[in-house]
Ligand binder design. Structure first.
Ligand SMILES: Nc1ncnc2c1ncn2[C@@H]1O[C@H](COP(=O)(O)OP(=O)(O)OP(=O)(O)O)[C@@H](O)[C@H]1O
Length: 310
């Protein structure tokens, strides 16, 4: 059980001249929440659709627990498609029961599961309403219920948080944590990077159809450069210039921003700052996931420009 994983291995996919996936490779372990991020068109939806089996890769393989994903595995995946996939005129409860039964549940179990998930996700009062009469956020709650109602072994969710109010975000986060704690691999895509940073055990950043950075948020951040923010209000301009191993960057809100080389002595910087007068703030800072993401995206623009010249 401990080593079960959803392995995405060297996927490629083209749509005509567009390369959607170019050797996409990563895995999601049982019991972890994996955040899948990347700019628009980077290949997240294509990867998830291939993982689910609704789209075929040109090459590469998706395995669950060491075995290529089959129709049978597919029925054990809970999937939330980006384009959403509910029947607008069907009532919420009936729809969830129907989906549960499609996945092989008997009628009483399907009714029970539909009740449980609508209650859990705060849409129990809407069970008798047609899906199309619900607000978009509530439709999304029902869509998550649809992904969960058959008690899946794997969760693949395409932008499950987009458009949700903060309370629904909390409920959705809690459900994903609970599912991961039960040993289910959970992968979701999102552009809400603060949420991803908070919720995910590991994060993969995708660029132009392949994985360019993957790890825990701490691992990704430790690969980024470390900055030092110093607030020394009485210091003259240029006070930090010439300190060994230190590069002075543009100031931010009155604070001096310094980039330290590996092994540079921050205490020498502090002593130099104190020599100018009082020091109100002295903080080491790692880049946020948003900073790392921007870095990756700007690399993408450089790559794109290079490709255009070929
Ligand atoms: N059915 C299709 N026909 C042609 N091109 C497609 C099709 N689906 C996706 N693409 C292209 O494949 C690439 C990857 O798209 P994909 O939807 O996987 O990206 P994404 O990372 O999910 O983007 P977003 O964050 O905008 O949802 C894009 O260049 C997109 O235009």
């Amino acid at each position: 059980m401990a080593d079960r994983r959803l392995a995405i291995d060297q996927l490629t996919k083209r749509y005509g001249d567009t390369v959607a996936l170019d050797g996409m490779t990563f895995d999601v372990r049982a019991g972890e929440i994996f955040g899948f991020v990347g700019s628009n068109g980077a290949g997240k939806t294509t990867t998830m659709r291939i993982a689910l089996g609704v789209l075929a890769a040109d090459s590469g393989e998706v395995r669950w627990d060491g075995t290529p994903v089959t129709l049978e595995t597919r029925s054990r995946i809970g999937y939330m498609p980006e384009e959403r996939g509910l029947y607008p005129r069907m009532r919420v409860g009936e729809q969830l029961e129907y989906l549960a039964r499609l996945h092989g549940m008997d009628r009483p179990a399907a009714v029970r599961a539909a009740q449980e998930w609508t209650e859990r996700l705060g849409v129990a009062a809407r069970r008798g309403d047609e899906v199309q009469k619900l607000s978009l956020g509530n439709q999304q709650r029902v869509q998550l219920a649809a992904a969960l109602v058959h008690d899946p072994e794997i969760l693949v969710l395409d932008e499950p948080f987009s458009g949700l109010d903060p309370v629904a975000v909390d409920v959705m986060s809690e459900v994903l944590r609970e599912k991961a704690a039960q040993g289910i691999p959970v992968i979701f895509s999102s552009h809400q990077l603060e949420l991803v940073e908070r919720l995910c055990d590991r994060v993969g950043i995708v660029r132009a159809g392949s994985m360019v950075a993957c790890g825990t948020v701490d691992e990704l951040r430790s690969g980024g450069e470390e900055l030092l923010l110093v607030d020394a209000p009485g210091a003259p301009d240029g006070w930090a210039a010439g300190l060994p191993g230190v590069t002075v960057l543009p100031a931010q809100r009155g604070r001096t921003v310094l980039r330290l080389e590996e092994g540079a002595d921050d205490q020498a910087v502090l002593a130099a700052a104190l020599a100018t007068g009082p020091v109100r703030e002295f903080t080491r800072s790692r880049p946020s996931l948003t900073d790392l993401f921007r870095h990756v995206v700007s690399a993408e623009q450089t790559v794109g420009a290079g490709e255009g010249q070929q």
